[in-house]
Design a protein around this ligand. Structure first.
Ligand SMILES: NC(=O)c1ccc[n+]([C@@H]2O[C@H](COP(=O)([O-])OP(=O)(O)OC[C@H]3O[C@@H](n4cnc5c(N)ncnc54)[C@H](O)[C@@H]3O)[C@@H](O)[C@H]2O)c1
Length: 423
């Protein structure tokens, strides 16, 4: 078969490489970014994914920013972004435009698979109508549309595109079986065949809203326990030895990335259109969105104790990425923290080893030398070595630990003010 992948980012490129590596199919890619296409065709991996970078070097894979490359594909796989607009409503324009691109080439017997994260209804209400209207063919008889949501977890040393179990639903039972077989050619784990498109779409959305709600719960507890003087991290550790029905989640300075702070809005908005108000999901989003401001409040409180205003005080922001050990700042709370600190006219220093171009100091040593207070926003391995002794020797007076990653007791024992999140 010929397989084409539309959108060669964190999801599309590892997928294209995996299919090219483990199957006999011809694999091509289409991405509207000429820059990305040039890098990939030169075997340079544009994303922070070691496995993908290795695969790219050995696979036979060509891509283009000219959509003609996808012509005559048996399977078209859509991996384009699904962001939200400034008002948090879903931006489905990349999915619509990728679908229109496919419609120009779609022929009888071919299949379209959407891997992008979408709310229940997008395939039936948007993708299928575009394809039917532009081709004058019928989904489920002339061609098929499937949804097989991606679950890739960048930076995960165990779970990757080759072994994460998948779910798939489509416009016909025959296509679901056939396309599930296709995934089994390169995924070593379960490919669960689902009854239809909507159940597959909803599965992915509840996975990410589950995370958002649980994180919002502990973030709210962090605020409450800070007032009550209870250490939430010790409490979570205590609750975690219950061998059933408790799953630990941890508070922090915010929720970032392309999925968790975005996907819930897709369900909230679609349910609203059908007259249902997702109060719980909206509240979770509100709480998680409030964490950067809350973190800065903790910094200001601590600075007050040492009688320093935030304005003109040297503050070191450690980490820009939304999660540890990856170079990805999409929806990162660090960016909000940076913006608030700039608004408040702090004398701001930034260090992220994954973003030297966005850092204004060159090393951990340099930022510690320059700052009275540090705010840890990302738990990169590089920050693990921040011992109480080092902080003391460098003259740091306040540590706001947005990831609760340092040893609070050691730090306070050196006379340094420590503020964690619920810790
Ligand atoms: N990144 C993750 O960890 C992750 C995990 C699971 C699911 N997802 C979902 O997968 C989808 C893709 O995410 P990503 O992280 O790979 O995004 P990305 O931004 O890394 O990559 C998307 C690519 O699509 C290209 N593109 C945009 N519009 C296009 C169009 N109309 N035609 C062709 N190419 C187009 C962009 O240039 C970009 O290279 C999203 O729906 C996301 O929610 C992401």
């Amino acid at each position: 078969m010929k397989v084409s992948v539309l959108g060669l980012g964190y999801v599309g490129l590892p997928l294209a490489c995996a299919i090219a590596k483990l199957t006999d199919h011809e694999v091509v890619g289409y991405d509207e970014s000429q820059n990305k296409v040039a890098q990939i065709n030169n075997k340079l991996c544009p994303i922070d994914d070691v496995q993908c970078a290795d695969d790219l070097k050995v696979v036979d894979f060509k891509c283009s920013s000219n959509s003609e490359i996808i012509e005559n594909s048996d399977i078209y796989i859509v991996c384009v972004p699904t962001p939200v607009l400034n008002d948090y409503t879903p931006d489905l324009s990349p999915v619509k435009s990728a679908t229109e691109t496919i419609a120009k080439y779609l022929k009888t017997g071919q299949s379209v698979i959407i891997e992008s994260t979408i709310n229940p209804g997008v395939c039936d209400e948007i993708v299928v109508p575009i394809l039917e209207k532009m081709t004058d063919m019928r989904a489920g008889t002339d061609f098929d549309v499937a949804h097989c949501p991606e679950r890739i977890n960048p930076g995960d040393p165990v779970w990757n595109v080759y072994n994460i179990p998948r779910n798939i639903g489509s416009t016909s039972p025959e296509a679901t079986r056939r396309l599930a077989e296709f995934y089994r050619e390169f995924v070593s784990n379960e490919i669960n065949e689902m009854p239809n498109l909507k159940t597959a779409e909803a599965t992915k959305i509840i996975e990410n809203t589950f995370r958002d709600i649980n994180i919002a719960f502990v973030n709210e507890l962090a605020k409450s326990f800070d007032v009550l003087g209870i250490d939430l991290i010790s409490v979570i550790k205590g609750a975690s030895n219950k061998p059933f029905a408790f799953m630990p989640h941890f508070p922090s300075c915010g929720v970032g990335g392309h999925c968790i702070p975005v996907d819930p809005y897709y369900l909230i908005e679609r349910a609203k259109q059908s007259g249902f108000d997702h109060k719980f999901l909206k509240l979770a989003r509100e709480i998680n969105n409030s964490m950067p401001e809350y973190t800065i409040e903790k910094l200001i409180d601590a600075l007050n104790i040492i009688e320093k205003p935030i304005k003109n005080t040297s503050i070191g922001l450690l980490g820009l990425s939304y999660k540890a050990n990856v170079g990805d700042i999409r929806e990162s709370p660090s960016i909000k923290l940076r913006n608030i600190l700039l608004e408040k006219q702090a004398n701001l220093f930034i260090f992220d080893p994954y973003f030297p171009e966005m850092s204004n100091v060159k090393s951990l040593d340099e930022i510690l030398d320059k700052c009275d207070a540090i705010l840890i926003a990302t738990d990169h391995n590089e920050f693990n070595g921040l011992s109480a002794e080092l902080l003391f020797d460098k003259g740091v007076k306040v540590v706001v630990d947005g990831k609760n990653m340092l040893d609070k007791f050691e730090i306070t024992s050196k006379g340094i003010l420590y503020r964690g999140i619920g810790h």
